[in-house]
Design a protein around this ligand. Structure first.
Ligand SMILES: Nc1ncnc2c1ncn2[C@@H]1O[C@H](COP(=O)(O)OP(=O)(O)O)[C@@H](O)[C@H]1O
Ligand SMILES: [Mg+2]
Length: 313
């Protein structure tokens, strides 16, 4: 009940409830609202994610994790139950689909959110974990976990640890990792990455593992349009441009290549990076011989700077 200036009395029944109803803005509209300033950590990461082509699922997922950690903090502040769930993750996808890039960004975000004290990324593969005699693997694995404390331990092609069965040292590495995940639960984040099919098989062999990875994220192959967008982005970062003919040649090449090559051996963003770096070297050689160093010459990659195997046929 509230007395108004003009002598009117304003009575609101179920004030609390009404407040709740008023807040029931359609979810889509709600998500479009600007977040308040204190979410600067999220904003910074979103700006970096913005620079990446595609990755819509990832972008949503990161925001969700952010919201969840933030809300838990708020609950803790009020003495409510807060689930300090583990944040270990599994990244499934072909090479060059952005797994390492995202892992690095996540480290940074979690560092800014005080989830990780350092936020650095230690990237390893089977050979770094597995040793030569019994006990050696456990030691090597523990040492790497120690190096990753405060940050992320990223194991690429993690399925290869499950390759040799019971007697293989890979098994010792897995057992050690599981133990470390338990003992140092909130001190580091483990990310296992690899091809989708292999990772699923790996998990089916180690059924206890899945429940320890609450976040399983797919990294799909890029479409040719997305690859072209990535190419333009990479050129822009390096202060280069492609001529119209060069762009058409690259696009045509991707179409041909991907119609003949199986998707598992195609390395997506990495392939594009290699093509561009190679073209940049070829361009340097060309303009050296042309002896023309105007700004436009220094910047432009022409179609003859892109050499593809189909050219030779
Ligand atoms: N969505 C994207 N937008 C822009 N560049 C990308 C994108 N995904 C991957 N790349 C680039 O492709 C290359 C390979 O990415 P990386 O994260 O190493 O892939 P992965 O770890 O899955 O093999 C890197 O140079 C990265 O910057
Ligand atoms: Mg990688």
């Amino acid at each position: 009940m509230r007395m108004k200036n003009n002598g009117q009395i304003n009575i609101v029944f179920n004030g609390e409830k009404r407040k709740a109803i008023q807040k029931d803005v359609p979810i889509k509209e709600l998500y479009e609202r600007e977040l308040s300033e204190q979410h600067i950590a999220l904003k910074e990461i979103e700006d970096e994610l913005e620079k990446l082509v595609g990755m819509d699922e990832m972008k949503r997922c990161i925001k969700e994790i952010y919201a969840w950690i933030y809300v838990n903090k708020k609950r803790e502040e009020r003495g409510m139950k807060a689930s300090r769930q583990a944040l270990h993750m599994m990244f499934k996808g072909n090479p060059g689909t952005g797994k390492t890039t995202i892992a690095r960004l996540i480290g940074k975000l979690f560092h800014q959110m005080n989830v990780l004290t350092k936020g650095h990324l230690i990237e390893v593969e089977r050979a770094d974990l597995v040793g030569e005699y019994i006990g050696h693997t456990a030691q090597k694995t523990r040492d790497l976990v120690k190096k990753a404390l405060g940050g992320i331990l990223f194991i690429d092609e993690a399925y290869s640890l499950g390759r040799g069965g019971e007697k293989d040292f890979g098994k010792e590495a897995i057992d050690t990792l599981v133990k470390q995940m338990e003992d140092r639960q909130h001190e580091f984040i483990l990310i296992l990455a690899g091809y989708s099919r292999e990772m699923e098989y790996f998990l089916s062999l180690n059924p206890g593992l899945l429940s320890r990875f609450p976040l399983v994220i797919d990294f799909p192959d890029y479409t040719n349009d997305q690859l072209m967008e990535i190419a333009l982005l990479m050129l822009d970062e390096r202060e280069y441009v492609m001529s119209y003919d060069a762009e058409r040649k690259l696009r045509q090449h991707l179409i041909v290549l991907r119609s003949v090559q199986s998707s598992v051996s195609f390395s997506n963003g990495r392939y594009i990076r290699n093509v561009i770096e190679k073209a940049i070297r070829a361009q340097a050689m060309r303009i050296l011989h042309e002896d023309s160093f105007e700004k436009i010459d220094l910047m432009t990659l022409r179609s003859q700077d892109f050499h593809f195997s189909e050219d030779e046929e």
